[in-house]
Design a binder for this molecule. Structure first.
Ligand code: G3P
Ligand code: CA
Length: 364
């Protein structure tokens, strides 16, 4: 982990950032997503905004979750069993039932560095209360919240969520109870949500999310108004798009950027902010660039060995999946017959029907 000195924290607390660094789902690369702990983890780094997703429960509560169901990738049922598909729709569960699911213990296949904890999905109100208390405790500059209404026409048709108006109203009421309008934005891929909010709550700043091709003129026409922010998938963004949106007074904040080189490149393109799963990379992205094959770590450029990738913890790099660190190098893991790599790619385990025997796997 990057070492954070008291002086650095003080600097982040009192300096004013014009660039908007957003912690995605809190800090998904480091802690189970969309949890209070993920927000607290993000606050260890110089984020200016916390990004999170919300859905609605059977008892009309606003729950922090990326899907309106318990995801099989991250959740265990109250008996500790893996959940399947969309078996547990959050809109059909009360908060008391929802909180019994553990969505933090399973090793995440794509984010192996996550701290593992038994944690349930929080209420939005509770998350905001705790996060605000943490900001005060740290004497840290206030952050904003970028809250995504996870609405989808298909989920509405299949009864997995309330209709757009009910959904949007519940979220706005829950947020406004805790946070002033100037400190949050509402985002959605479902532009019906944005159109409704634009009419009913014109003072709220809106973020138009898209995963499609970026077409500035067409998209603004489709939306029917100019949002506060346009938020595309970062690989679909061109420098000319940034320019066009800026000419129209719309900020551009792409998602979800997890490599320092991409962050630096986007900053050069003139984006107004970046959404990342790894807020611990922000200081690196802000610091001077090293030449190809090196990573900036703790004040100097360190050489990354073959099969290595830049990393924010000591020694400034880590090995790619399927390789392990040995005496300053990345060495390929020798996976024996009847075995496969573990999800984190750092070791191997025997296939089903095989058992470990003297450094190999033997058929049962
Ligand atoms: O804020 C943008 C980003 O969160 C969109 O992607 O699917 O992670 O919600 P997703
Ligand atoms: Ca989101």
């Amino acid at each position: 982990m990057i070492r954070i000195s008291y002086l650095m924290l003080l600097f982040w607390s009192h300096s004013s950032f014009s660039f908007d660094w957003q912690g995605h789902r809190g800090a998904r690369g480091l802690y189970p997503e969309n949890t209070i702990g993920a927000m607290e983890e993000a606050l260890k780094y110089p984020v200016t905004t916390l990004e999170l997703d919300v859905v609605i429960s059977k008892d009309q509560k606003v729950i922090v979750s990326h899907e309106p169901w318990m995801s099989e990738e991250i959740c265990l049922d109250p008996e500790g069993r893996r959940v399947k598909g969309r078996d547990h729709n959050i809109y059909k569960l009360t908060y008391q039932e929802i909180v019994k699911f553990d969505c933090g213990s399973i090793p995440h296949p794509r984010f192996p560095e996550q701290t593992k904890v038994n944690v349930g999905k929080p209420l939005l109100g509770t998350l905001l209360d705790v996060t605000e208390a943490t900001l005060r405790k740290l004497n840290r500059k206030e952050v904003e919240y970028n809250i995504e209404i996870k609405s989808d026409p298909k989920d509405e048709t299949s009864g997995f969520q309330p209709n757009v108006k009910v959904f949007s109203d519940l979220v706005i009421i829950a947020v406004q109870e805790k946070i002033p309008s100037g400190r949050f934005t509402i985002q959605s891929f479902d532009w019906r949500v944005l159109k409704y909010l634009h009419e009913k709550y014109p003072e709220i700043r809106l973020v138009a999310l898209t995963e499609d091709e970026v077409r500035p003129e067409e998209d603004l026409a489709k939306l029917g108004f100019r949002p506060y922010v346009y938020s595309p998938y970062f690989k679909k963004l061109k420098v000319s798009d940034v320019k066009t949106f800026h000419e129209k007074g719309v900020k551009v904040i792409p998602w979800t950027v997890n490599e320092v080189a991409d962050m630096r490149n986007l900053k050069k393109m003139g984006v107004d902010g970046i959404i990342t799963d790894y807020p611990n990379l922000i200081p690196l992205a802000e610091q001077k660039e090293c030449k190809e094959g090196y990573n900036y770590f703790e004040g100097k450029c360190v050489k990354i060995p073959t099969h290595g990738i830049p990393y924010a913890s000591n020694p400034g790099w880590t090995c790619k999946k399927g390789h392990v660190q040995k005496r300053g190098r990345c060495v390929k893991i020798d996976v024996p017959t009847g075995a496969h790599l573990t999800p984190d790619g750092k070791s191997w385990e025997c296939d089903e029907g095989y058992s470990r025997y003297r450094g190999t796997c033997k058929k049962n």
